[in-house]
Design a protein around this ligand. Structure first.
Ligand code: GTP
Ligand code: MG
Length: 271
């Protein structure tokens, strides 16, 4: 169900993350569509406008004194937000769709980044929420890694992939973990998942000579170091940032965007 036709040449940012994390809430804040409070069941692509006050990459060489940059005169910058359902049963479909999108060379609306939503309040309260968020994130990062490694093979140039923003949402709630803790918790949980899967692969390949499964372990199969996003960037070239925010508009917040400003700046840097 497309609420608005997606213009073909615009950049796309994919919203991923577990159910209830706030993906649709973020989209709703920008798309002027009627608020959707129920669980999403299908992906939707919606063209949205970046608030004029958010800087974009293409304007980086212009002086701040350049009158063409003033908010009122600047052409509104549009991009596409692809909202996806976070329910566990629909995840394998999101993962294979992402792989397809990132692998196709002639993509009409190229994917420029992934915004992975987590609920920072439930991460602090429920162990299951952390496990669920981290394992979904693991699978998404593994897709990015496969894209990098495959591209590296087919050309002499090292492969590149899209960056990922972990949107640590619901920071308006006092129970929410601060983004630094969200980062740490995700890293240590991903480390645990990595060790479990590594062991699984070793058991599966025991006795056989085939050992082509390195790609299946996030961050390579060097299990001595514990997992960190920094190492993932240094070793594989996948850039992950964790930034806190909230999708609720507050009183006196004209464009309703104070809580999502840093995420939009992250997006703007890639437009
Ligand atoms: P699925 O469609 O099931 O994948 O979930 P979703 O990620 O789209 O979650 P959705 O945007 O529907 O938000 C789930 C619930 O969290 C809704 O009741 C939102 O109002 C609430 N919510 C979203 N963002 C925030 C936030 O920043 N702060 C607070 N307090 N609540 C939020
Ligand atoms: Mg939704």
């Amino acid at each position: 169900l497309y609420r608005k036709a997606a213009s073909p040449s615009l950049s796309t940012f994919v919203l991923l993350g577990p159910s209830g994390a706030g993906k649709t809430a973020f989209l709703t804040l920008r798309s002027k569509a009627a608020p959707i409070t129920h669980t999403s069941q299908a992906s939707t692509s919606t063209t949205v406008t970046l608030p004029p006050s958010v800087p974009i990459f293409s304007n980086r060489y212009r002086s701040v004194n350049d009158s063409s940059l003033s908010d009122s005169k600047r052409n509104p910058v549009q991009y596409i937000l692809k909202d996806t359902p976070g329910h566990g049963k629909l995840r394998s479909a999101q993962i294979s769709q992402l792989q397809t999108d990132l692998s196709s060379k002639k993509e009409a609306s190229p994917t420029r980044g992934i915004v992975f939503f987590v609920d920072a309040a439930s991460l602090s309260e429920e162990a299951e929420s952390l496990r669920d968020s981290a394992s979904y994130l693991y699978d998404v990062l593994l897709v990015l890694q496969k894209v990098v490694l495959n591209k590296g093979k087919s050309s002499s140039k090292a492969g590149t992939t899209v960056p990922l923003l972990v949107a640590s949402n619901k920071q308006d709630l006092f129970t929410a973990l601060p983004p630094g803790s969200v980062r740490q918790k995700l890293e240590s949980e991903i480390d645990r998942i990595r060790k479990t899967r590594q062991k699984g692969l070793m058991d599966a390949s025991a006795g056989s000579e085939l050992n082509e499964d390195e790609d299946e372990i996030l961050g390579g199969d060097d299990g001595r170091e514990s997992f960190s996003f920094q190492a993932l960037e240094d070793d594989i070239g996948i850039k992950v940032e964790v930034i806190g925010g909230f999708t609720k508009a507050e009183d006196g917040d004209a464009d309703g965007g104070a809580g999502v400003r840093k995420w939009e700046e992250w997006i703007g840097k890639r437009l």
